[in-house]
Design a protein around this ligand. Structure first.
Ligand SMILES: Nc1ncnc2c1ncn2[C@@H]1O[C@H](COP(=O)(O)OP(=O)(O)OP(=O)(O)O)[C@@H](O)[C@H]1O
Ligand SMILES: [Mg+2]
Length: 247
């Protein structure tokens, strides 16, 4: 059903001069789906997200949201960058309110939205703190809270946990899943990490080396909650690892 489709990518081609990066990519993301994209370094994952948000114009092809060409004035898209960042001159609550201010939300509704997000990520007592007074995990929570606060219809995440230690990554992944389930957001999440993709996703797109095409679309059959040491989890993880062998 077309109504279930949030994002349609159709014959997307992106070149930088003579360099062909995205070579005719097509796929759909369903409403509320959690899609993970895995692909080798430099294959064009960040370029793809930058094309969705119109930071880059596609060379050809199109990206539709709710059957219409992407339009940031109309479509509420949140983007967590590879080098994620808080704004150091703003407090925790001001960071979270940032996207809402841009949308000229009235003060009361904004406060309610910020309070809800602070509560959801467990930072209520740190609302007046500044980023330099927070740990790495707290900073990540601020970034996540800011992204979810605007209730985006599409959330793009570019390897947000790549730099973090394993324990912290697990915690934040669980928190992300909890928010995603509660808020029903459609998510496109980029990662290098097979285990992370299998833990988080409902569907995995495996990309090839440049010029980049979709090597495989893999539907993740695992029920939730998931456990990385469960034999079935390990079996699926191995299956995906076989698919991504770029070497
Ligand atoms: N603005 C640009 N101008 C020219 N070339 C670019 C530009 N942005 C990206 N590229 C090139 O496009 C290719 C894909 O880059 P991109 O950053 O999208 O890869 P990636 O898959 O996100 O890599 P990584 O896994 O390291 O994050 C690279 O060869 C890169 O050099
Ligand atoms: Mg990248």
């Amino acid at each position: 059903m077309a109504d279930d489709i949030k994002v349609q990518v159709r014959n997307l081609v992106k070149k930088f001069g003579e360099l062909l990066v995205l070579n005719n990519i097509s796929f759909d993301v369903k409403k509320g789906e959690f899609l993970c994209v895995v692909g080798p370094t430099g294959c064009g994952k960040t370029t793809f997200l930058n094309t969705i948000t119109r930071l880059y114009e596609p060379t050809s092809g199109e990206i539709l949201i709710n059957q219409e060409p992407v339009n940031l004035k109309k479509h509420n898209i949140a983007y967590i960058f590879q080098e994620y960042s808080t704004m150091p001159w703003l407090s925790v609550e001001e960071n979270i309110a940032y996207g809402l201010k841009i949308k000229h939300m009235d003060k009361r509704t904004m406060k309610e939205a910020v309070d809800e997000m602070l509560e959801l990520v467990g930072l209520t007592q740190y609302r007046t703190y500044y980023p330099n007074e927070l740990s790495a995990s707290m900073l990540q929570r601020v970034v996540i809270a800011r992204a979810f606060a605007t209730k985006p219809e599409l959330l793009l995440m570019d390897e947000p946990y790549g730099q973090l230690d394993v324990e912290l990554r697990f915690k934040l992944e669980d928190e992300l899943i909890r928010l995603w389930q509660k808020l029903g957001t459609t998510v496109i999440f980029i990662t290098h990490n097979t285990e992370e993709a299998v833990y988080l996703s409902e569907k995995i797109l495996v990309l090839s080396n440049k010029p980049t095409a979709i090597k495989k679309e893999f539907v993740n059959p695992l029920p939730r909650p998931r456990n990385i040491s469960d034999p079935e989890f390990i079996r699926i993880r191995n299956q995906v690892t076989e698919l991504i062998k770029w070497w």
